[in-house]
Write a protein that binds this ligand. Structure first.
Ligand code: PLP
Length: 457
């Protein structure tokens, strides 16, 4: 047999020849110059060439406790040695049941039923399948449409992608026909000139209610929303937005799914942002990412007692919720998640996030005065800078220029990785970041933006 790697010299060549990445740009396939990491410690990663960089995005908004945490690694290794896998279908490993209990203890209201998945997309997928399942059991199979927002991101399975509203992601792939109805996004920065925030909020809440009325409440099953729109550009809605949307949903018997894949597990200084930050108890929460601190894949959708009661016991009509995965509640992932929860509590990480958030947000907002920066926004340890061609304006032309990538390149030269998204850069460092590391991160970012502005000029 001919060896297909003959002649390859480096990781970069193997990557270009063999590794098809998420969101692979097909035009440039095989011509990429990616950064490869070999190790990490705290907020830092070390590349294959020995460079030490701050990991601004914290992996992909997920490495809550930082890199190289020996306790999590040991817990995973112990679990793998003792009981690496057991089918969750008819039985379970005890560690998975323990985790379900610990999550239920920390989730809002009566959200006590934890359905384990393999990540965020499958959590959203399972939530949507459950919503449809419930309406079938309740004898109203027409009630299936899901309302979402432009720029929302809910994942990459067929259903999760179908309720995601990022236009550029939709252009070349199919979506589940008739599943989703999209409303405009809720970005206060891009509200019509002269409109007050209150009027903008009223308009967005009215959008939702009008859509439910127009489609018919008998056809709308759920509204899905991220507490803050993450990969759509860290869009923070006006205060009261989620509470008022929930009220509209309740009024029309429409379920509210809060997608906390990014905001869950401490990112905003609480286990879940829905109740503590946004004052809502949704019907379903989806979570993933930070659950295991990114050490191993896992996700969950957490369903309320009320919804479960509708389809359980005497109400079940013989139904089975035929949805699940070989790796639902995987014991090694569950061990990593339990250890993550233990460390977050023991080390006071939620309190730490709340304590360092003002510095983080202050330093981020200070960048608004830099050239090419139009808006800065964020919450907790999540931030975004949006670039415009003129600082004073909101020129949407800037979206067509790769300003985010330009800033990221400059910052990487200086020791910081960012996540570029078109004309934006987003960042969500590990929650264990110290105040001096926050200062260091923003010092580099400021310098990188100035250099990118010079390049752009
Ligand atoms: N939901 C939100 C809000 C996300 O940000 C993401 C991923 O970024 C997902 C769902 C999908 O999660 P995953 O990539 O783990 O499938």
């Amino acid at each position: 047999m001919q060896r297909r790697d003959a002649g390859f010299q480096s990781v970069r060549e193997w990557d270009n020849a063999n590794f098809l990445h998420p969101w692979e740009g097909m035009e440039t396939l095989g011509q990429n110059d990616r950064t490869f990491t070999e190790s990490g410690e705290g907020i830092y990663v070390t590349t294959e060439t020995g460079r030490r960089l701050i990991d601004g995005p914290g992996g992909m908004w997920c490495v809550q406790l930082g890199y190289g945490n020996a306790e999590i690694a040991d817990a995973m290794a112990r679990q793998a040695r003792e009981m690496a896998y057991f089918s969750p279908f008819n039985n379970a490993s005890s560690v998975s049941a323990r985790l379900a209990h610990e999550i239920a203890q920390r989730s809002p209201g009566d959200l006590n039923h934890v359905f384990f998945t393999t990540g965020g997309s499958t959590a959203v997928d399972s939530a949507l399948r459950f919503v449809h399942f419930r309406n079938n059991v309740l004898g109203r199979p027409e009630k299936k449409i899901v309302i979402s927002r432009h720029k929302a991101y809910h994942g990459s399975t067929y259903l999760a992608a179908s309720v995601s509203g990022k236009e550029r992601d939709k252009s070349w792939l199919d979506q589940a026909p008739g599943l989703a109805h999209f409303l405009p996004d809720v970005n206060p920065y891009r509200r019509p000139a002269g409109m007050s925030i209150d009027a903008f909020l009223d308009e967005k809440v009215a959008d939702l209610e009008n859509a439910i009325r127009a489609i018919g409440a008998d056809k709308v099953a759920a509204f899905i929303a991220e507490p803050i729109l993450a990969s759509g550009g860290v869009i923070v809605p006006p205060k009261g937005y989620h509470r008022r949307c929930l009220e509209v949903c309740r009024k029309h018997d429409v379920l509210y799914i809060s997608d906390e894949v990014v905001t869950g597990f401490g990112r905003l200084g609480h286990w879940f942002a829905s109740e503590e930050v946004f004052d809502i108890v949704p019907d379903i929460i989806t979570c993933a990412k930070g659950m295991t601190s990114g050490y191993v894949p896992m996700g969950a959708c957490i369903i309320s007692d009320r919804l479960i009661a509708d389809v359980a016991g005497g109400n079940a009509k013989g139904a089975t919720f035929s949805n699940g995965y070989t790796y639902s509640g995987h014991p090694v992932s569950a061990a990593a998640a339990l250890k993550t929860i233990e460390i977050i509590e023991r080390e006071g990480i939620l309190e730490h996030v709340r304590k360092v958030t003002p510095l983080f947000q202050e330093r981020m907002h200070a960048m608004r005065s830099l050239p090419i920066v139009g808006d800065t926004r964020g919450m907790g340890l999540v931030g975004c800078i949006e670039c415009v061609t003129e600082t004073a304006g909101t020129d949407p032309l800037a979206t067509d220029r790769a300003l985010g990538a330009l800033i990221d390149t400059r910052c990487q030269e200086l020791g910081l990785i960012l996540r570029p998204i078109i004309n934006m850069c987003v960042f969500s460092p590990p929650l264990v970041i110290s105040e001096s590391e926050i200062e260091q991160m923003f010092d580099i970012m400021e310098q990188g933006i100035r250099l990118a502005a010079d390049d752009f000029a």
